[in-house]
Design a protein around this ligand. Sequence first.
Ligand SMILES: *[C@@H]1O[C@H](CO)[C@@H](O)[C@H](O)[C@H]1NC(C)=O
Ligand SMILES: *[C@@H]1O[C@H](CO)[C@@H](O)[C@H](O)[C@H]1NC(C)=O
Ligand SMILES: *[C@@H]1O[C@H](CO)[C@@H](O)[C@H](O)[C@H]1NC(C)=O
Ligand SMILES: *[C@@H]1O[C@H](CO)[C@@H](O)[C@H](O)[C@H]1NC(C)=O
Length: 301
Amino acid sequence: MRLLTLLTTCLSVAAAATLGKRAPTPGQLSQVTSFGNATTAAGFYIYVPKNLAASPGVIVAVHYCTGSAQAYYNGSPYAALAEQYGFIVIYPSSPHSGTCWDVSSKATLTHNGGGDSNTIANMATWTVSQYNADASKVFVTGSSSGAMMTNVLAATYPDIFKAAIVYSGVPAGCFVSASGAVDAWNSTCAQGNSIATPEAWTDVVKNMYLNYTGARPKMQIYHGSADTILLPQNYQETMKQWSGVFGYNYSQPQSTTLNNPQSGYTKTVYGESVQGIYAENVGHTVPIRGTDDMEFFGFAS
Ligand SMILES: *[C@@H]1O[C@H](CO)[C@@H](O)[C@H](O)[C@H]1NC(C)=O
Ligand SMILES: *[C@@H]1O[C@H](CO)[C@@H](O)[C@H](O)[C@H]1NC(C)=O
Ligand SMILES: *[C@@H]1O[C@H](CO)[C@@H](O)[C@H](O)[C@H]1NC(C)=O
Ligand SMILES: *[C@@H]1O[C@H](CO)[C@@H](O)[C@H](O)[C@H]1NC(C)=O
């Protein structure tokens, strides 16, 4: 009996180890080990819903520092929402010790530069072709380090991502390492001391994908006023960045509404493509608002 249990365990471990070679199991977080150009060692986990839409959308959900694909799968609402709306969720997993994302190297801050952003973009491209997904419904979101990466992906792969939701990050390029280090911490930025004009932040984005003239993802930015890890000035800087990229006047938002979408939150809309939500007295990180995310991404109306 014991031997049988042992044998069964061995068999299921072997089965798990070869999972990447098989099609991901619907309704289960599955690892994909072979997907074309993995330019860094970032892990690729995928959730294909049992209720897969005919031409599904894709959401890339990027974990926070110290997190993992598994932790973000468990701690975010996207897999459950995938069953409801039929989209696929990609959960990338950081290859770096401490498991933050590389948002500091020249490689990751450049379109097709060979950094983590490139690897994640390739996961999205692979998923679109593998599942006949709808390329006009490819989205990205993330929390903290994953929110920084979300801004970086929006800047480096505007051709892939159609919308992005940022939960408590910093502007794209704010965490840059002057020495080019991979996965570096940048305390100037974290402390809210990287302050620039909308024009300067716009150039930071445009320089990540030179000569790109196509559409860019619409952006929704959340930040808490009591964030002591990535100081709230990063909210202002991120809003400057994306309002600048879209040609909105940062000093003149279209509308500002108090207690929206909930008491103590303030929503500022610059136009169709940029909106921010500042959460009074909320620390690091603003809780994910899954139902609202579905609206922003266009799965729900
Ligand atoms: C791999 O990279 C090459 C060169 O950048 C590109 O042409 C190709 O489409 C990529 N393949 C995948 C599956 O992303
Ligand atoms: C931190 O980022 C800022 C831009 O936000 C940059 O000017 C500075 O050089 C970076 N610090 C280091 C130590 O690389
Ligand atoms: C961008 O365009 C300029 C002018 O045509 C060209 O010199 C440069 O090589 C291009 N850069 C990239 C990265 O394609
Ligand atoms: C932007 O808005 C500010 C505040 O309303 C205004 O003073 C400024 O002239 C506007 N800038 C442009 C370029 O329209």
